[in-house]
Design a binder for this molecule. Structure first.
Ligand code: CAA
Length: 260
């Protein structure tokens, strides 16, 4: 499918998905959200893709939020529908069977930070600025930000960011546990690709089950989470990848996984 605001490049199991609307700092309008929903659905079904890297075009922004010009004209009903549409995209990333890495190359504000938080982890450039300016516009984060940020870093730090609307730099975001690692801007994508390539080379089914166990386990009691993990662990012994991975170790050779 052709996309007017997205670029997709797939190399050796790694899909690099670029939000390409730099004139408006990659702001998320309804059309862009629809395109994102379609492309993520396609990438999830594409067996040649093992990992997705999500980034923004240009050197200024990852995504500077939902489109304020579009939202400024919305009724309450339309605002609700727009929030649900954005949340569907975030949930789609969370439900994908493959990891999605956010490479935050600049501003990640409002819906942009929500998009990064929906990913499995975040790498950022040392030029990145992150925040939830929604209160300065008279609203709150509407694409899952209140829920995902508080779950990730706890309510106190989430309260500070969401109530004040202030931006923090990548280093602070890393110290708060939002960002995994910070790189020079020119290194960011290469570092994201380096980790993505490692993930693309291991047992695909196991990676998907690991994502599933962590995400679903967080909504369970620890005891139920342990039971869930054990069930998934057991199922993995029926895969070709488990036979190949353990067989290769015993035979002292490099495993060649098929993702089956
Ligand atoms: N929506 C629509 N357009 C946006 C935008 C946004 N979120 N962010 C930037 N733009 C547009 C600007 O309007 C401008 O377009 P024009 O040249 O046509 O005026 C262009 O992108 C470049 O932006 P600036 O000239 O403002 O660039 P700057 O370097 O001076 O400032 C910035 C950069 C601090 C990121 C500033 O653009 C800004 O504050 N943007 C808005 C950030 C924001 O509030 N995001 C949250 C949106 S609400 C939300 O996301 C709700 C939700 O949870 C779902």
């Amino acid at each position: 499918m052709e996309y007017s605001n997205l670029l997709v490049e797939i190399t050796e199991g790694v899909a690099t998905l670029v939000i390409n609307s730099p004139r408006t700092l990659n702001a998320l309008n309804s059309k862009l959200l629809t395109e994102l929903e379609c492309v993520l659905y396609e990438l999830n079904l594409d067996e040649s893709v093992k990992v997705v890297i999500l980034t923004g075009a240009g050197d200024k922004a990852f995504v500077a939020g939902a489109d304020i010009k579009e939202m400024s004209m919305m009724s309450s009903y339309e605002g609700h529908q727009f929030g649900l549409k954005g949340q569907r995209v975030m949930m789609l990333i969370e439900k994908m069977t493959k990891p999605v890495i956010a490479a935050v190359n600049g501003y990640a504000l409002g819906g942009g930070l929500e998009l990064a938080l929906a990913c499995d982890f975040i790498y950022a450039s040392d030029k990145a600025k992150l925040g939830f300016p929604e209160v300065t516009l008279g609203v709150i984060p509407g694409f899952g930000g209140t829920q995902n940020l508080a779950r990730l870093i706890g309510p106190n730090k989430a309260n500070e960011l969401i109530f004040s609307g202030k931006m923090i730099n990548a280093e602070k975001a890393a110290s708060w546990g939002i960002v995994n690692e910070v790189f020079a801007p020119e290194e960011l994508l290469a570092k994201a690709k380096e980790t993505a390539t490692l993930i693309a080379g291991v047992g695909t089914v196991a990676v998907g089950y690991g994502k599933n166990a962590i995400a679903n386990g967080l909504n369970m009691t620890k005891e139920d989470g342990f039971k869930y993990e054990a069930a998934l662990f057991g199922v993995l012994f029926s895969t070709d990848d488990q036979k190949e991975g353990m067989g290769a170790f015993v035979e002292k050779r490099k495993a060649v996984f098929t993702g089956k």
